[in-house]
Design a protein around this ligand. Sequence first.
Ligand SMILES: Nc1ncnc2c1ncn2[C@@H]1O[C@H](COP(=O)(O)OP(=O)(O)OP(=O)(O)O)[C@@H](O)[C@H]1O
Ligand SMILES: [Mg+2]
Length: 353
Amino acid sequence: MKKGISIKNLTKVFVINQKNKVVAVDDVTLEVKPGEFVTLLGPSGCGKTTLLRMIAGFETLTAGDIYIGEENIGAQTPDKRDTAMVFQNYALFPHMNVFDNIAYGLKIRKLPKTEIKQRVQKILDLMKMNDFAHRVPAQMSGGQQQRVSLARALVMEPGVLLFDEPLSNLDAKLRIHMRDEIRKIQKEVGITSIYVTHDQSEAMGLSDKIVIMKDGVIQQIGTPREIYQKPINAFVAGFIGKTNVVEGKIMSTNNSNYEVDIQGITHMVKSDNKLSVGDKVSMMLRPESIIVEGEQYDGIVTKSMFMGENHEYEVKWNDQILQISESNPFGRDIYEIGDTMKIGFDEKALHIL
Ligand SMILES: Nc1ncnc2c1ncn2[C@@H]1O[C@H](COP(=O)(O)OP(=O)(O)OP(=O)(O)O)[C@@H](O)[C@H]1O
Ligand SMILES: [Mg+2]
């Protein structure tokens, strides 16, 4: 049942009219290992849904190939593919109760009644939904309906599970609860999953791998940590988490170790980029990697906001504003707007773009 997905040079062009076309997915190549949970993340219109729909068989391919396991599925109709999809709007049958909604796909496949009953019961147990079995969708909350829609996909025991922003209609707290639940069940069942979202914390929390897309093109593929700590360009850095970009100049090189001058102070920075003395570089530095009361630079506080688990500052530093996040600033005064703040850069966290 566990199968990988192999996407090769996939392109989708929508023809709007004789003059206009949209390249929604542009030469995308992506490997998803069996059992892996991969998230497609990117701004509105970057091609996430289109890519997912091509895998499910709801869109034709303009070019390229999709394999599930060893099988090239690019020309198959959706019902022939070993995929199931969970939608944003649940797409449940309003007149059917939970049990029948979950059983529907199995009935279409003409499985024996006893087997259908067993399989639906197994999923109801797995998702702790026995109490809801006889309710119709209108008698349930959004979160409960979304669980039914997940159950309906899982009961098909597909090789590949596809999610298109399944949690975006839920409130913040329920979203986190459901996110954890999806991850738990996905691990338990071990289904290869592709999950579309534009919520970065959802992507970070759920994924083995994150795929960042822009204008139909993959920008970077990596673990949540790689994407957060080593984004390959300013777009990725800015898309996932808050970030600062500071400019510097290479003063000396030693293999992958560089001495970088930033505003008259030298920092040791590691990078896999090939750089030479005199090169100007842009570096990313996350808000939590700027040290409050570090002894390197002076800045003027322009925003000061207590957020509970951390305190967020904006600090004017030379010609730019730095975002700074300090966690649990106990036992120390908070800086107010207009205060001078001494700051330092955590060299390990400086990442050359
Ligand atoms: N059926 C269609 N006909 C023409 N253009 C389309 C069609 N479907 C999508 N597009 C265009 O393709 C591009 C990608 O759309 P897609 O729905 O895949 O984006 P998305 O990343 O899912 O965005 P969102 O986060 O808003 O859901 C957009 O420019 C969109 O306008
Ligand atoms: Mg979409």
